[in-house]
Design a protein around this ligand. Structure first.
Ligand code: ATP
Length: 337
């Protein structure tokens, strides 16, 4: 039995959470992989109700669970996810982008993953006013840079036959901070002679993601650049509605969609739950690998193929050219699992 903590979130978060619970319960009942799910509050609603975007009970329950699923939260996102990433030392943010049949992708041969450093850079909240100027501290350490580089090379080792790591930075302008990141990645690359290594400035990477996305395998980058590039790479393979992410540390992991709370479509039953459901697939892979539980990996693969078989047969939500509502699409998945 795996204990799963679930932050239900804001905007489309509760709709996505209902879909995720329905799928996890179906797996529990039909596929005999057992879960104990605890719903938790965090985000704008929690802030309004309790005065805290990330209540203490939520943190305690997350810490006592085997893994956390987090639906998107709204304006208070930085007080929830950025804090959790640092508190639980979830240093690797993994965002895959792969083209699948019948998806509005730029090409049909894209298969890449962005490995984003998750604990440093401009996201540590060290911002202040200095007279009539505003200042933000950009922190890049050698230790965190080497740690994420190592994660990226290990990921490349286990992936397809491209076996390539692209280190993305802007060291020609930010010579000290990105200079350190590039140097750390280059040093780690020497431990992996079978994996090719290249460096690319972030502006060139943004262009190449559109021009030749099929050339990328593993992209390793800093926090802010990774945040921006992963929204772009999700769009390149068909949109945010299909984009999952994992925040991984040495002992714990948290899974969430790449996108935010999408208030413009909240409460309309039209959000695509696949981003969150594919995050469940990433969670099952992680739990399976960590606990040597092949059943988790099998069920994760089944969930992924169920989603993409439906898409292939034209059963889609509006964002990717279909007509199904969130609940209709979820029912199709639970029926087909
Ligand atoms: P954040 O900065 O928190 O990531 P954002 O302002 O970039 O948020 P998102 O919430 O990520 O905005 O979404 C951008 C747009 O993409 C939304 O307005 C919505 O129309 C669309 N979108 C996002 N997620 C989904 C989804 N699961 N299904 C359908 N459309 C979505």
């Amino acid at each position: 039995m795996y204990k799963i903590s679930l932050i239900t979130g804001d905007g489309i978060g509760p709709e996505l959470s209902d879909s995720a619970v329905s799928v996890l319960e179906t797996i529990h009942d039909k596929l005999d992989l057992k879960f104990d799910i605890t719903k938790l509050s965090a985000g704008d609603k929690a802030l309004a109700e309790t005065g805290k975007a990330l209540p203490d009970e939520t943190v305690e329950t997350i810490k006592s669970s085997d893994a956390c699923m987090k639906a998107p939260v709204g304006e208070s996102a930085a007080d929830v996810i950025v804090v959790l990433r640092r508190m639980l030392d979830l240093y690797a943010n993994i965002r895959p982008a792969k083209s699948y049949p019948h998806m509005p992708a730029l090409r049909d041969d894209i298969d890449m993953v962005i490995v984003r450093e998750n604990t440093e850079d401009l996201y540590t909240g060290k911002e202040f006013s200095l007279g009539d100027s505003s200042v933000a501290l950009r922190i890049i350490s050698e230790q965190a840079s080497k740690r994420i580089a190592k994660y990226a090379f290990e990921a490349a080792k286990m992936r397809n036959d491209k076996k390539k790591v692209t280190c993305v930075h802007k060291s020609n302008v930010m010579r000290v901070t990105d200079g350190m990141f590039a140097k750390a990645c280059t040093e780690v690359s020497k431990e992996y002679p079978d994996i090719s290594f290249e460096q690319m400035y972030v502006d060139a990477c943004a262009m190449n993601l559109i021009r030749q996305p099929q050339e990328f395998d593993v992209v390793v980058t800093t926090n802010l650049f990774g945040d921006i590039l992963s929204d772009e790479s999700s769009q390149v393979v068909g949109g945010l509605g299909m984009a999952p992410a994992a925040n991984i540390g040495d002992n714990f992991a948290l899974f969430e969609p790449v996108h935010g709370a999408a208030f413009d479509i909240a409460g309309k039953n039209i959000a695509n739950p696949s981003s969150f459901l594919l995050s469940i697939k990433m969670m099952l892979d992680w739990l399976g690998t960590k606990n040597n539980d092949s059943k988790c990996i099998e069920v994760g693969a089944k969930l992924e193929s169920t989603i993409f078989d439906l898409v292939k047969s034209g059963v889609k939500t509006k964002d990717i050219g279909g007509e199904k509502s969130t609940t209709e699409f979820t029912s199709k998945i639970t029926d087909n699992l």
